[in-house]
Design a protein around this ligand. Structure first.
Ligand code: XMP
Length: 318
């Protein structure tokens, strides 16, 4: 595709010219946008790009390890991984209100990123994976009453940070970002990942978050995602994940009575994420994941399937 190759070549030339021999910092989340931005910028300026990956402890199972393998080893990006799980968990201790959780996670993210970026000497640019729909969204004037959920995007940083912004994907739509990613050699499954919210599993564990619940949810979610890939369903749904309810119910395992948490499997189909329907996943498939989650994840003895559309429900539960 000549247009795409042109775009990539021109953008690389622009980045080279603008950055010169200066350093660039980028908050890598492992999501599509920041990853494509990182690989593109790395092509232009190599190790002048320093990525910061914050492990909030609220990521999917083995996410940190996978990001280091996929982008650190395979693409040779310079990535500093910060294990901040304890900081996030302690800020979240006892907090059960969804908005308070979002704010706690968002503020802590900014604090960690701010500290880390200050350690990188002489960095002049801050790169972000902002894409065209983000630009439009932030320009639209919204009154406080229209704020349904306070969004936290990895890379959404306070203005007092003294960097010049570098946003090479600013003019692209999501499908174009994916094409650029594939053209740059990022594997299909990485550029076609479902979106993952900034607050992560923090808003998929209803009520108060703790380390044990994070572990339980990571295990259950990992089984669901693995089975979606295995059954060729991952690309047929727009976003899929497991939610952990703090509700215990009675079950039976062997001849023991159990009293454990409930997992909800959520899968949505949508084009714009403003409205969505629940995915009509095959019964046999639902049966498989329910059995696997209940048998393999200690702490869950019941699985429910979310059959709510948006509106009036939202895709996430908090
Ligand atoms: P809802 O739950 O509002 O979600 O139907 C719509 C889409 O937005 C994602 N989402 C977020 N993404 N930061 C993000 O970067 C956030 O705070 C956030 N909250 C929700 C959600 O995963 C879905 O794709």
């Amino acid at each position: 595709n000549w247009k795409l190759t042109n775009y990539i070549d021109e953008t690389i030339a622009d980045i080279k010219e603008r950055v010169g021999d200066q350093k660039v910092i980028l908050g890598l989340s492992g999501g599509v946008d920041s990853s494509v931005a990182a690989v593109l910028i790395h092509k232009a300026i190599g190790d002048q790009l320093q990525c910061i990956f914050v492990d909030t402890g609220l990521l999917r199972k083995d996410e940190g390890k996978k990001v280091m393998e996929n982008y650190g080893e395979h693409f040779n990006l310079k990535i500093k991984m910060i294990d901040a799980s304890e900081r996030f968990l302690s800020k979240l201790a006892g907090v059960s209100d969804p908005e308070e959780k979002r704010k706690a996670i968002g503020n802590e993210f900014v604090a960690v990123f701010d500290e880390e970026s200050k350690k990188i000497e002489g960095a002049k640019f801050l790169a972000q994976g902002t894409i065209y729909p983000d630009v439009i969204e932030s320009q639209s004037v919204k009154g406080p009453s229209s704020v349904i959920k306070s969004h936290h995007n990895v890379g959404g940083l306070p203005e007092e940070m003294d960097f010049e912004l570098l946003e090479p994907l600013r003019e692209l739509f999501k499908d174009e970002v994916r094409k650029v990613g594939e053209e740059l050699g990022i594997p299909h499954h990485l550029v076609h990942r479902h979106p993952f919210p900034g607050p992560g599993l923090g808003i998929r564990i209803l009520g108060a978050v703790d380390e044990e619940k994070v572990r339980i949810l990571q295990e259950a979610d990992d089984i669901f995602i693995e089975e979606l890939y295995k059954n060729d369903l991952y690309d047929k749904v727009s976003q899929a994940f497991v939610v952990l309810l703090p509700v215990k119910s009675v079950g039976v395992m062997g001849d023991e009575r159990t009293y454990e948490y409930t997992a909800v499997v959520r899968s949505a189909n949508t084009t714009d994420f403003m409205t969505a329907t629940w995915s009509r996943l095959p019964y046999e498939f639902l049966d498989t994941i329910s059995n696997r989650i209940i048998n393999e994840v200690r702490g869950i003895n019941r699985v429910a399937y979310d059959i709510s559309s948006k509106p009036p429900a939202t895709i996430e539960w908090e």
